[in-house]
Ligand binder design. Structure first.
Ligand SMILES: Cc1cc2nc3c(=O)[nH]c(=O)nc-3n(C[C@H](O)[C@H](O)[C@H](O)COP(=O)(O)OP(=O)(O)OC[C@H]3O[C@@H](n4cnc5c(N)ncnc54)[C@H](O)[C@@H]3O)c2cc1C
Length: 490
């Protein structure tokens, strides 16, 4: 008899799980509290401008290809545009770097502008590549909670490079040692923000994230990031997955050590297994209030949150590209503000993403759709209404100075998102966008596994569980959870 699986949440991890499970022959139902699938990967329109609402940097497309491969679909149909430049960097004193889409040219640019030795940059990027190749099969692409992971070839390969990971050092410590110019270290420190962490605390091993951006061609999906959601949703429907949008799960039904299904306002839905794509803390707090909560895991430090302004800009800027970073002068103070004092600094690093540089129709002729984001502390009860007025003013002031413009007069459409919205809309605890931070060397081992230790047929996917935050990792969580589910549920 066909077995049924209920999935709570249609984020990228929930969608990828649904595709994989349907292909394995399960009857799959996905329950999503929002009216749209995709979770944080969704799209919005303001007047004549379209905006990707959440993620904008697409690293590791191979993990999306794996979902296509798993159901025998052709990934070349998912059209990717190779970017001409990867990132433009701006410093407060007027210095600008334009990093190309190609590693040797990136090395040339950093060497020329920041005075680095090309051999140091080459060695750094080679090391990031080797570390990634050895670490990913164990820490990202497999479960850390299976003894098999510690007896296979991948484990011994990873062990063989132990001295290279600098286990007792932070990303920043290693980056200042590797380079002459503190600005080069700042560029590489920034990769900590790709999983919502602090480079002054995160383990040096995370410097391998740079490999995904600087050693590999950067891409954007042809229709913007929303294409990731649209394509997975289409794939899932093609595999027969049934979606229940606008239907929030209120409880996971339990009998002894077995999960029996879920409850929503529309009724009870029995199933042979349940997969939660909801933040793991909220899954325990809200859906399993009578279960024993894995307190230690749940109490881990949360990742950063974000404040995003979506601005329709009635001018175009040839000096800007798809990804633009306007750095702070004091990166350490910025991360202290995010993780320690929980107050964003007056001079934050600003990220401006402009998909209309590549995606036709995202802005009217001669105009641009600016997604302007700063990393922010999670919501601990700050007076956000006051904070947002302050930070908006600071952001505009900084961009005016560096670009020599009067930005306020160019904004013709506006909307915004803050940590409160992120919690309300996506159920990310306190507005955290990547689950837990990786701000200590044990963080990877302290994440919740992709299965439940209490209930034999309950599984977890998404950024709040192993292997962690960001689209590539969320896609891997789906793969690992499906492997467990197939073994345990049959
Ligand atoms: C502003 C911003 C910028 C980002 N930038 C990047 C980036 O550049 N690159 C990158 O890789 N990542 C980025 N991220 C992170 C990325 O969005 C996430 O890592 C990824 O999309 C998370 O996917 P997920 O499946 O874990 O969860 P989510 O997208 O959070 O999906 C979870 C879903 O579960 C639903 N849900 C929760 N509880 C219930 C319930 N009880 N019943 C029914 N449904 C429920 C929610 O409504 C939601 O749709 C960014 C995120 C944000 C917010």
């Amino acid at each position: 008899m066909t077995k049924t699986v209920n999935i709570i949440g249609a984020g990228v991890a929930g969608l990828a799980t649904s595709v994989r499970l349907a292909k394995l022959g399960y009857e799959v139902h996905v329950f999503e509290s929002n009216a749209f699938p995709g979770g944080k990967i969704n799209s919005g329109v303001l007047g004549q401008y379209r905006f990707d609402q959440g993620p904008s940097v697409f690293t590791g497309p191979k993990y999306l290809k794996e979902v296509y491969d798993a159901c025998g679909e052709d990934f070349s149909e998912f059209e990717l545009i190779p970017l001409k430049t990867s990132f433009n960097y701006f410093f407060n004193d007027g210095m600008r770097l334009q990093l190309s889409n190609e590693r040797t040219q990136i090395i040339d640019e950093i060497s020329e502008k920041l005075g680095e030795d090309k051999r140091d940059l080459t060695a750094y990027l080679d090391k990031a590549a080797k570390n990634y190749e050895v670490i990913a099969p164990m820490f990202i692409e497999a479960s850390l909670h299976s003894w098999r992971n510690y007896t296979g070839k991948a484990f011994f390969r990873a062990l063989g490079r132990l001295s290279k990971y600098k286990l007792f050092s932070t990303m920043h410590d290693e980056n200042v040692k590797a380079f002459r110019n503190p600005r080069t270290a700042q560029i590489f420190n920034r990769f900590a923000s790709y999983n919502g962490s602090d480079p002054y605390k995160a383990p040096a091993m995370l410097n391998m994230i740079g490999h995904l951006e600087m050693n590999q061609t950067p891409y954007l999906p042809k229709h913007g990031m929303i294409q990731i959601t649209d394509s997975l949703y289409k794939l899932a429907k093609k595999q027969g997955v049934r979606f229940h949008l606008n239907e929030k799960v209120e409880e996971i039904l339990v009998e002894g050590k077995t999960v029996k299904g879920i409850k929503t306002a529309h009724g009870l839905y029995p199933s042979d297994a349940v997969v939660s794509n909801m933040d793991v803390s909220f899954t325990y707090e809200r859906l399993l209030p009578n279960s024993t909560r894995p307190e230690k895991t749940i109490r881990q430090e949360k990742s950063s949150s974000a404040i995003v302004f979506y601005w329709g800009i009635k001018r175009s800027f040839p000096e800007l590209t798809l990804h633009n970073i306007f750095f702070t002068d004091d990166y350490k103070a910025e991360f202290d503000g995010i993780f320690d004092t929980k107050i964003a600094v007056d001079d934050p690093t600003i990220y401006v993403n402009i998909t209309s540089k590549y995606v036709e129709g995202d802005a009217p002729e001669g105009c641009e759709n600016w997604f302007v984001m700063i990393n922010s502390p999670i919501d601990v009860g700050q007076d956000w209404d006051v904070e947002i007025v302050r930070l908006r003013r600071q952001i505009i002031k900084k961009l005016n100075t560096i670009l020599g413009i009067d930005l306020e007069s160019l904004i013709e459409e506006e909307s915004m998102m803050d940590p409160r919205t992120i919690e309300q809309r996506y159920h990310g605890k306190q507005g955290s966008i990547y689950g837990n931070a990786s701000n200590n060397r044990y963080a990877a081992f302290q994440r919740h596994p992709n299965f439940s230790k209490q209930f034999n047929n309950l599984f977890f996917v998404g950024v709040s569980v192993h292997p962690g935050g960001g689209i590539p990792l969320a896609l891997n969580s789906a793969k690992i959870a499906c492997e467990y589910l197939e073994k345990r549920v049959g």
